[in-house]
Design a protein around this ligand. Structure first.
Ligand code: SAM
Length: 291
């Protein structure tokens, strides 16, 4: 594409535009061109977005589109698109629709028959993964855990057997409690990466065992401030079980208690009893949590 070409499509469209998470320079040339060219910018917080736009010399018409008015805002935006206007949507920080409003708006606009165009840029999950140094590339993005400990622990239990890196967003006033629940439910030996205040003045990226997280927080009161991405290494896969052992174990588990099933499966298949027992616990836990 020619750099001077119009950033907008001929057909009136909704442009879903990623914006900086902190450093105002983290915005693409295309995002700036789209925000400059559209007829209206729908924003999660118009005051916040006005600051970003004026830092880049853009005087756009703004309208509010947030979690609490998303349905009504969607109707207004669809009306504007039908009238031939071009519309951009931005959230407060990062990529809309990622633990942010946007998904309902996108679905409504698409259902009304108008194009939705992504204008990619920063997102805290990808930014944190890029500096976490986990060699296995896969990750499971969870976003925010439930605020109450009971629900949070249940959610963590459902994630416990996953072998991919798990990525959480967390607010500063919950980070200590969430890290405590993670260490207790997922185990203290998992690797934790705390990515705090990414792209901002007090950016910090630390890697430590999950069991040391409380001591790490205690060491400096500033560590409980700001915005957090928490990344936790996955469960170590149980090695050495072949497909047949897994099949036998599942059949036996349907008929008898866990330890008896593991013992009998070991006798039938010749596979190690402890590995079968660990696998049986994982199968039962996944069945209880519906995974
Ligand atoms: N849409 C955003 C994205 O694409 O990442 C996420 C919005 S969500 C409402 C806000 C959460 O994202 C914060 O509580 C924090 O967990 C994470 N986050 C956003 N900016 C961050 C930053 N600069 N450093 C670390 N985490 C950040």
């Amino acid at each position: 594409m020619d750099i001077n070409e119009s950033p907008l499509s001929r057909t009136p469209s909704l442009y879903v535009v990623a914006t900086p998470m902190g450093n105002l320079q983290d915005i693409t040339l295309r995002a700036l061109a789209v925000l400059r060219a559209v007829d209206v910018v729908a924003a999660e917080d118009t005051r916040h977005t006005k600051g970003l736009l004026s830092a880049h010399g853009i005087a756009a018409t703004l309208m509010a589109a947030h979690e609490h008015n998303e349905a009504r805002a969607a109707e207004q935006i669809i009306g504007r698109l039908a009238a031939g206007e071009q519309v951009a949507f931005v959230s407060d920080a990062g990529t809309p629709g990622i633990s942010d409003p946007g998904a309902r708006l996108v679905a409504a606009v698409r259902a009304a028959g108008h194009p939705v165009v992504p204008v990619p840029g920063p997102s805290a999950v990808v930014t944190a993964m890029s500096v976490a140094g986990f060699v296995e590339g896969g990750f499971h993005f969870v976003g925010f855990l439930p605020p109450k400990s009971g629900a949070r622990r249940s959610r963590l239990e459902a994630l416990r057997e996953g072998t991919d890196v798990t990525v959480f967003y967390e607010a500063p006033h919950r980070v200590r409690d969430s890290l405590r629940d993670m260490a207790e439910v997922l185990g203290p030996d998992r690797e934790l990466v705390v990515a705090r205040e990414l792209t901002k003045r007090f950016e910090e990226i630390a890697r430590l065992p999950l069991g040391e997280a409380q001591a790490w927080l205690d060491a400096d009161s500033n560590r409980e401030r700001g915005e957090f991405v928490l990344l936790v290494s996955g469960a170590t896969p149980v090695e050495g079980l072949d497909v047949e052992a897994e099949r036998v174990l599942k059949l036996l588990l349907a008929e008898m208690p866990t330890s008896a099933a593991a013992k009998l499966a070991a006798e039938i298949t010749g596979q190690p009893k402890n590995a079968l027992y660990q696998r049986a616990l994982a199968i039962k836990s996944n069945a209880e949590t519906g995974l």
